[in-house]
Design a protein around this ligand. Structure first.
Ligand code: MN
Ligand code: MN
Length: 272
């Protein structure tokens, strides 16, 4: 099937930080590993829709932000998101731990207003406070929701829901497609301005072993692509987080992340 001509400017921004990982470090080295897989000669730049990086989709690699694992990182990340939105480009952020999604969404919402958010994860990341750290990678969506930065939050692939996070989900009216109920066509797609956050532990460890928190019984790569295929596009931004190269096997998970970059970039162009 021939796709319509589309052009979008996508900005790749690396966020090499582990500052709010609760269990293992490693995500800080993810951006370089994902870029290496993305720009490797092992594959070509076509997305599954036919839109190609470098041809239909202009990809500008902005490199990594100079993060120092200090409180000022939050502002740097927010500013990068705001600047991208003001420049009229779609930022795709490469984490880093999942903390980064809170400042990214805050920075984008400062320009676009509250976002529709589609979030893939084994975990709801709704802890009010995890281990005494309100910026924990287990808490970004609590920070987003309590500030009214999302008009709608849809979480997909969840399979670790405890009482506290269930109560938080009710408090914030989070829509959840738990893994036990998952089918691609059961996922409500939030409205524009749409943001997509992919925590790679949403995937079954068989597909993405390179994560800090292995949680069996998860999504396949194809499951995520099937949901993304239902997104009308375009996006205002996206992130791929929690890749931990030190846990990976033969770079399998880096290639998954690189493929997701291509598919998110294609979505950024779709419907543009
Ligand atoms: Mn997770
Ligand atoms: Mn997460």
């Amino acid at each position: 099937m021939k796709t319509p001509q589309a052009s979008a400017q996508v900005r790749l921004i690396g966020l090499p930080t582990d500052s709010h990982s609760s269990f293992l470090r490693g995500a800080a080295s993810a951006p370089a590993a994902i870029r290496a897989a993305l720009f490797s000669d092992h594959g070509n730049p076509a997305s599954e829709s036919g839109l190609e990086l470098g041809a239909d989709i202009h990809l500008d690699d902005a490199g990594d932000l100079p993060l120092e694992e200090k409180p000022g990182d939050v502002d740097l990340i927010s500013q990068a998101a705001t600047t991208a939105a003001r420049d009229g480009v779609v930022p795709i952020f490469l984490g880093g731990d999942h903390m980064v999604t809170f400042p990214i969404v805050a920075g984008l919402a400062a320009v676009h207003g509250p976002l529709g958010i589609l979030h893939f994860d084994a975990h709801p990341d709704l802890y009010d406070d995890f281990g005494g750290d309100p910026l924990s990678h287990a808490s970004p969506f609590a920070r987003i929701m309590e500030r009214g930065l999302a008009i709608r939050l849809v979480q997909v692939g969840i399979r670790t829901l405890n009482q506290h996070c269930r109560a938080q989900a009710e408090r914030f009216a989070v829509e959840m497609v738990e893994m036990r109920d998952f089918a691609p066509d059961r996922v409500p797609i939030p409205p524009a301005p749409l943001y997509i956050s992919i925590d790679l532990d949403a995937l079954d460890p068989a597909f993405a072993p390179g994560v800090s928190h292995h949680e069996p019984g998860g999504l396949s790569v194809r499951d995520i692509l099937s949901v993304l295929d239902r997104v009308p596009g375009p996006l205002v931004g996206a992130d791929i987080v929690e890749y931990n190269p030190s846990r990976d096997i033969n770079g399998m998970t880096a290639v998954v992340a690189a493929k997701l970059v291509k598919e998110l970039a294609a979505l950024a162009a779709k419907g543009d």
